[in-house]
Design a protein. Sequence first.
Lengths: 340, 340
Amino acid sequence: MKRKVTLKQIAKELDVSISTVSKSLRNSLEISEDTRQKVQAFAKLYNYKPNNIALSLKNKKTKTICIIIPEIIHHFFATVISGVEHIANENGYNVLVCLSDESFDKEVINMEMLANGSIDGFIMSLSKETQSKKDFHHIVEVINQGMPVVMFDRVTNDILCDKIIIDDEHAAYNATQYLIDKGLKNVALITTIDYVSVGKLRTDGYKKALKNNDLIVDESLILKIEDIDNFEPQIEELLKTKKINAVFAVNEIFAATTIKLAHKLNIKVPEQLSIIGFTDGIISKYSTPGITTVSQNGVKMGEKAAKMLIERLESEENEEEEHYRTEVIETELVERDSTL
Amino acid sequence: MKRKVTLKQIAKELDVSISTVSKSLRNSLEISEDTRQKVQAFAKLYNYKPNNIALSLKNKKTKTICIIIPEIIHHFFATVISGVEHIANENGYNVLVCLSDESFDKEVINMEMLANGSIDGFIMSLSKETQSKKDFHHIVEVINQGMPVVMFDRVTNDILCDKIIIDDEHAAYNATQYLIDKGLKNVALITTIDYVSVGKLRTDGYKKALKNNDLIVDESLILKIEDIDNFEPQIEELLKTKKINAVFAVNEIFAATTIKLAHKLNIKVPEQLSIIGFTDGIISKYSTPGITTVSQNGVKMGEKAAKMLIERLESEENEEEEHYRTEVIETELVERDSTL
DNA sequence: CTGAAAGCGCTTACAG
DNA sequence: CTGAAAGCGCTTACAG
């Protein structure tokens, strides 16, 4: 086992100073051609690579960004990571992935831990608990320290920073309108509790679409799921007792489950029941029938977020003008076989 | 914007030495109760947190581990990350996630980049390209430097290190036997090309099961998928032209696609065709019908891998005895509705 | 009880 | 052209 070689060791071996070695390796013209060659050859032979930590300490930047997501199991977040990775790597950055598990405490701990020099900036989507508590002090603190933060998807107006979102309300409006245009008037909504920002917005879009088409918003057709581990009975109840011919689900798990239950209850999809989901993930794609869905374009969100963050990191000079941007990513309706 | 406060600044403010501040904050008995109190109060007020990078440099450990996976989009890998995160956080480690995108070069670059002090150890699953090239020099190098590596799932015998695997052959054997026990004699296999280690092993298990039941291995019923982006026609061809009543698919994407195509060809699942997949991911769970599958238990693999790595990191003293272990994680057959 | 010094591995302004 | 010194932020053995 040969441990990593350092400048010091090379200097000793070659009987020159550490400065000379360092400069030679960086090809400084200050050093004679001869010495440079010698040092470089030696370094290559011993497979010298500068120690990243030492560089980070010296440069006060780590070339690492952290993405904090609530859950990796949600395919949408996995696609965002993939987008972030892509752009980060292209620009020489590493990506640290942290999971908040939808917990406020874990989010806080992660941020406090990493804000102490480990990383250069954050990309994050708020945990459910944070959204319900509306306590964002940890984020404010980090930003006040001068560390840039880019929020995506689950964001809040209470924080000033760069943001990447989709127009959730508009996308939901369009999805609902799509169903109405097919002649489906009894559209149920399966959504999350209101404090999840995107759930709320999608609900608003759904309602607005109904109203604009002179349809009545029947609150009994709106299912707000609280417990992600036990919601099947509620959906089954809805399908059994309500007269509906379409369902707009706020994520793909709700959509896929609805198909499963419809199948069980002998309701034909899409003939008797049309279903639209949200998030174009693998479930929607590989489900039978394939699920018509609003594509959130997670990869693109991740790429944009990484771009914004890196831009801010690399232009840190002009700190005076803190012109925060909110970028809205286009969504599109992917038509498959779960709708008429 | 208040920048992070350092020991130096505190020392200056309080008119003591940096050493005194450092010791006070670590509650050293060397320092008078009085001074300690004063320093601690001040540090708290200014929300002092030690700089992680400086600590890393000093301690020669970063408390960060890196997991390199071929693809985050595969749900299995996402679950592994989740397991790794869990154990890592519990032990005060951060997790850096790197994607190789199934590319040898990206794998090499990532490892070389991070092996220079940025992290303490690796957890990895080989990229397809690496497996086909059989070039593992980058991994050998890292290990020789004294950095521990734990491999999982896609491993190789050419490298000596800790490993976490499942008994792929055995699991495939059982899945095939399960189908045979249902009276299904014409079992097709949809697998990957042989150089993917797990694909090969699962194929072996399938063949062995057939043989042990005195059934003939018909190579024309074995579909080896090379191009992950365009395999539907091949499966459709298989379903159309071959007399089969069961399919064993080596991952859940192949399984779900088979269901989709069966549906299209009006073949009833499971009445006319039973299907078993591999990897108990969200596709299998939310598909209609739910897919019977071999559960790989990614979370557990991740947890085990993290445990092994951290153990090795924290017991680095006894370097002489390099007793590498290979841990085999139990799999189980999750019965759902895609099989008789 | 307090502090100066050395050191982790590097870079760079400054002397010579 | 080369090297000693200072410094990034911290810790700790050693003096006093």
